[in-house]
Design a protein around this ligand. Sequence first.
Ligand SMILES: *[C@@H]1O[C@H](CO)[C@@H](O)[C@H](O)[C@H]1NC(C)=O
Length: 114
Amino acid sequence: MANLVTSLCCVVLAAVVVAYAQRRSQLVARNQYERRGSDVTMQCGSLESDASVSWKVNGTDIEAQHQLNGPKLILTQVDLDHNGLYSCFQNPHGERRDTILLHIGMGSGGVLVP
Ligand SMILES: *[C@@H]1O[C@H](CO)[C@@H](O)[C@H](O)[C@H]1NC(C)=O
C-alpha cells in the first residue's frame, strides 16, 4: 500500500515537472544554429500543423516575403542579417508559444564559426 502511494506521488511529481518545463520552454529562448546560405525552418513550439501563428523578429512583424507553413516559418538562403530573436504567437489570441534565437554561421553542418 505504501508502495502504491509512493508511486502515485512520483507520477504526480513527474507530471508537474513536465508541465513546468513545457511552460518554461515557451518563455525562454532556445537556440537554433544554421549555416549561411541554407534554408531554415523554424517550428513554433509543438503546435499542430493546422495551427495558425504570427511571427516577429526582434520585436517587429516579419516581412511578408517569408513563407509561412502552419506553425513553421521558412527562411530561404539565410544570411548574417537573419540573425535575431524570433517569437511566434498563436492566432487568434496571440499567446506566445515559442522564442528562438537564430544564429547564422559560416561553418558547415550547423556549427557556428564566428
Ligand atoms: C535583429 O537584431 C540583431 C542585433 O541587433 C541584428 O544583428 C539582426 O540583423 C536583427 N535581425 C533582423 C532579422 O532584423
